[in-house]
Design a protein around this ligand. Structure first.
Ligand code: DCP
Ligand code: MG
Ligand code: MG
Length: 594
């Protein structure tokens, strides 16, 4: 693009028509549904899921009383005195349900492009399934169509009415896509086929939502030609509904009325910069349209404004987002999480014995989690045939379990190579105003000792050895002054998986570099954790450099900068989180990989 030519700066982006069909599922009031399913009598009462002093979420009965996600408990109780509170600190049950739903959706994918976002969202690229079914359509009898779910077994599928979209569509008054005149030109034919694809996608989404309901969970879904639009379309009719963004209209017209803050990938730094550019400081709800149509906004202007953060091409990226263009692929399903991380918060641990106790508890949970997520029964004993793809390393060894009275062979499907300890000081409420959230958060990584993978050893023995031999020394390195300890957070994380499916992201040096950068930015900004210690690492012989792969940055495309006065924008999901809720939120993402 000619950056100096004013005309080229303002042109709406020309693009090849995106012919993908992307589904985005988002479970309704997820934690609340999990708790309700375990306690069905709660389904009819206003229910809030409590984490510390806020509601992580609440059911829709509570929402009808004005209670909202991330509301303080005090305020929620004021609005709805009958609100029943359930504890949501233990994320294991949510994680388990999340996995079940993910596996269910994955089982319907042909191309393996199934990507999780947090615990309750899944993207599915169903372009191939839909294209196959498009060819099968009998245009003379659309009302009695058959949707094939398997190429091998034509009887596996469901009947549906292909003369209409399933669920809601946008725009509402879209004409019947198949009643167009026959004398349309080629462009119209393409448009027609794309609309038919989306229509087929809507029926598949409807069917899949029913399958999720058979597991006991309701959901919303967005159906569109890219991830950005699918996610936003799904928000249109929540809960228990779906919205198909028909493609005959410019995606920009769908996005135009939305506030910029709703657009994943546009963060508050970008919004502030845009407000400055547009001189609309007071407009808290600056819309996409206001930004997109303002003559001062162009890819070049955005680049000048935002490239200071170091991301080249950001101007063009934001410009495309404003026009509803998102070329990001749905990433292939991963067999193993990128990392497993457990943490807890404290009101100022001051003695080493308490710190040891905290580390023992966390490490024991971590080991349990590793065994659930990364160890599988190996009844075939074909230990050299790894079920996960790995080009760089041999499959981890199988082991005969002798500990804990279990019999049979088990094996690691992937082995993390890095262990990371993170700590943060405790600040009493009276001092919190003086510090940004997570001030003083520091981390240090080492190679994860091999004895951790001994499936025959007692868990307590491994935990003790890891705490005494590795984590406490790391702790001392991070907090050298043991006389003035006051610890507010301990986090232990294993990462840098060896032997796991890397999700297809490996090998792209540019992408890896970009991820690395994003990891650094996220650490520095979202978690406020860059510290002197990050520069100390190479002085210790056993410290390993952290790699981009180890981050929880799978959702990097949804990430933008920042933090602000009354809260911080999460770089992973784009939500603005009040400071008091940021900790729970960060933790939620960290475990969301599981
Ligand atoms: N969550 C959290 N902290 C956040 C956001 C979410 O702990 N800042 C948890 C609680 C939610 C779950 O993640 O139940 C899913 O997040 P959603 O934003 O999808 O919210 P819900 O599923 O609860 O509600 P909705 O029906 O609006 O999707
Ligand atoms: Mg949800
Ligand atoms: Mg969600």
């Amino acid at each position: 693009m000619d950056m100096d030519n004013p005309d080229s700066k303002r042109k709406a982006p020309r693009r090849k028509r995106d012919i993908r069909v992307i589904l985005h599922f988002d479970l309704d009031c997820f934690y609340a549904q999990c708790i309700e399913n375990a306690n069905p009598h709660l389904k009819l009462v206003p229910l809030g899921i409590k984490q510390k002093s806020i509601l992580a979420t609440c059911n829709y009965v509570a929402r009808s009383h004005g209670v909202r996600k991330l509301m303080g408990i005090h305020e929620a109780k004021r609005l709805c005195p009958d609100l029943v509170l359930a504890d949501g600190e233990d994320l294991s049950p949510f994680r388990d349900v999340s996995k079940k739903i993910y596996s269910l959706l994955k089982s319907y994918s042909w191309n393996g492009r199934v990507e999780r976002l947090g615990l309750d969202e899944v993207f599915l690229d169903v372009t191939d399934v839909v294209a196959y079914n498009l060819e099968l359509l009998n245009h003379h009898c659309l009302e009695q169509s058959w949707f094939c779910l398997s190429r091998e077994d034509p009887e596996r599928g469901f009947g549906f009415d292909a003369s209409a979209v399933a669920g809601c569509s946008w725009p509402l008054d879209d004409p019947d896509p198949i009643s167009k005149d026959d004398d349309d030109d080629d462009d119209d034919d393409d448009a027609l086929r794309l609309r038919l694809r989306l229509l087929l996608g809507s029926h598949l989404a409807f069917y899949l939502r029913q399958q999720i309901e058979h597991l006991g969970y309701t959901s919303a879904c967005g159906i569109a030609t890219n991830k950005l639009l699918a996610k936003l379309a799904g928000d249109k009719n929540k809960p228990q509904n779906q919205t198909t963004l028909l493609s005959s209209h410019s995606p920009a017209s769908f996005l135009d009325p939305l506030p910029l803050s709703k657009i994943p990938g546009i963060g508050s730094k970008t919004i502030t910069a845009l407000k400055n550019l547009l001189k609309t400081d007071n407009d808290d709800n600056l819309t996409v349209r206001a930004a997109r149509t303002n003559p001062a906004v162009s890819p070049a202007a955005l680049e000048r404004l935002l490239a200071g953060g170091g991301e080249r091409g950001i101007g063009q990226r934001i410009w495309l987002l404003l026009h509803g263009i998102d070329t990001g692929e749905v990433k292939p399903a991963r067999d193993v999480p990128r990392q497993i991380s457990i943490e807890d918060t404290y009101r100022g641990l001051a003695s080493l014995s308490h710190i040891r106790e905290g580390l023992v508890q966390i490490t024991a949970s971590l080991l349990r989690r590793m065994h659930v997520d990364l160890v599988e029964d190996d009844s075939t004993e074909h230990v050299t045939t790894s079920s996960v793809s790995s080009t760089s390393s041999p499959a981890p060894p199988a082991a005969t379990t002798t500990g804990a009275g279990k019999k049979g062979r088990r094996r690691w499907t992937a082995q993390p190579k890095t262990l990371r300890l993170t700590t943060r000081p405790y600040y009493p409420p009276s001092e919190r105003d003086r510090y940004e959230y997570n001030h003083g958060r520091v981390s240090k990584s080492v190679a994860l000792p091999r004895f951790v993978f001994d499936l025959g050893a007692e868990t307590e023995v491994i935990v003790d050895r890891l705490v005494e031999g590795t984590l406490l020394p790391l702790f001392h390195a991070l907090n050298p002054d043991s006389k003035r300890l006051s610890i507010g957070l301990l986090n232990v994380c294993v990462t840098n998986m060896d032997g796991g499916n890397d999700g297809g992201g490996g090998g792209d040096i540019v992408a890896a570099f970009r991820r690395q950068k994003e990891v650094e930015e996220v650490r520095a900004v979202a978690y406020g954790c860059l510290s002197d210690h990050d520069h100390d690492e190479e002085e210790d012989g056993d410290v390993v450099e952290e790699e981009a792969e180890e981050s929880d940055m799978e959702e990097a495309e949804w990430v933008e900068e920042e933090d602000e006065q009354d809260g911080m924008r999460c770089r992973l999901c784009g939500c603005v989180i009040p400071f008091f809720a940021a900790e729970a939120h960060g933790r939620w993402h960290e475990v969301g990989e599981g």
